[in-house]
Design a protein. Structure first.
Length: 283
């Protein structure tokens, strides 16, 4: 038989736990909101030159984000201005989130694909958002920034907002660089993707306004291979492609008519796919 003093002692020991459990049950939602306030990382919006940055105050790459953005835009607006005719955007907002929930609150563009190596978007309002919740390293952050900054430059450059998906994604991947002045002209990446390039793929690329989810990765790889071929492959397409691009940037309608540069599509596609199997870069 349990002694009365022992029962009293157990009661005294268990009472705080019982009260705490009752409080959690009764005020669970309030405590949950309170916990979120304690654990979520606030973001600080700061102005740096013409650009705004929304960054966690303790983010280890805070300075790098601002420096890389400035240097990349300067490089694209000087070294590449004679090539592509890029112009400096009047201002940009770059938001980096280390909290996945806060990133998701920004929303996801309708045409964005989850196959992206780094979750980052250029929103329709011109805001670049980057998901760094998985501990993104410096090289990955640079690639994400370079990719989205290229999209932003193309948007500000053209009189019309919408470029073809293959051109927008192909150039953005092309300028994913880890060292300024050295583009990501990775022939090995093209060669590894080439077995998936089948007759009819080129016609798909030129006709799609957005890449369907189920084939987005293939279309991204093919777009990069196409841009790389036009700029650095055989056949003398580089100058014709660049002339076409700069002309379309000044046009009042969405880019079209690339077929005039490529010539007969079936002949061009056959040569492009053959090149992709063992790509050689002219420059």
């Amino acid at each position: 038989m349990t002694s009365r003093p022992l029962v009293m002692k157990l009661g005294v020991l268990l009472l705080p736990a019982m009260l705490m459990l009752g409080g959690l049950k009764l005020f669970g939602s309030d405590l949950g909101r309170f916990g979120t306030k304690l654990t979520s990382t606030p973001s600080l919006e700061v102005k740096h030159g013409a650009n705004f940055y929304v960054l966690p105050p303790t983010y280890r790459y805070e300075k790098h984000v601002k420096d890389w953005t400035t240097n990349f835009l300067t490089w694209m607006g000087t070294d590449q201005v004679d090539v592509f005719g890029f112009c400096q955007p009047p201002s940009l907002t770059v938001a980096v989130y280390v909290d996945r929930a806060r990133f998701d609150q920004e929303g996801r563009p309708h045409s964005a694909s989850e196959v992206a190596i780094y979750r980052s978007w250029l929103r329709h309002d011109g805001r670049i958002i980057i998901d760094a919740s998985q501990g993104m390293e410096e090289a990955g952050l640079q690639r994400a920034l370079s990719h989205q900054l290229t999209h932003a430059l193309m948007r500000f450059q053209g009189k019309h907002v919408r470029w073809p998906a293959w051109l927008s994604e192909g150039l953005a991947i092309y300028f994913e660089s880890t060292t300024l002045g050295v583009v990501n002209a990775n022939a090995r990446a093209v060669r590894s993707a080439a077995p998936q390039f089948k007759p009819g793929l080129l016609d798909q690329l030129l006709s799609l306004e957005a890449f369907p989810e189920r084939e987005a990765l293939l279309h991204h790889e093919a777009s990069y291979a196409l841009v790389l071929y036009l700029l650095h492959g055989p056949g003398g397409f580089r100058q014709r492609f660049l002339d076409w691009y700069r002309g379309e940037a000044k046009a009042d309608r969405p880019a079209q008519g690339i077929e005039k540069v490529l010539g007969p599509l079936s002949d061009f596609e056959a040569a492009w796919i053959e090149w992709a199997r063992s790509p050689k870069l002219d420059r």
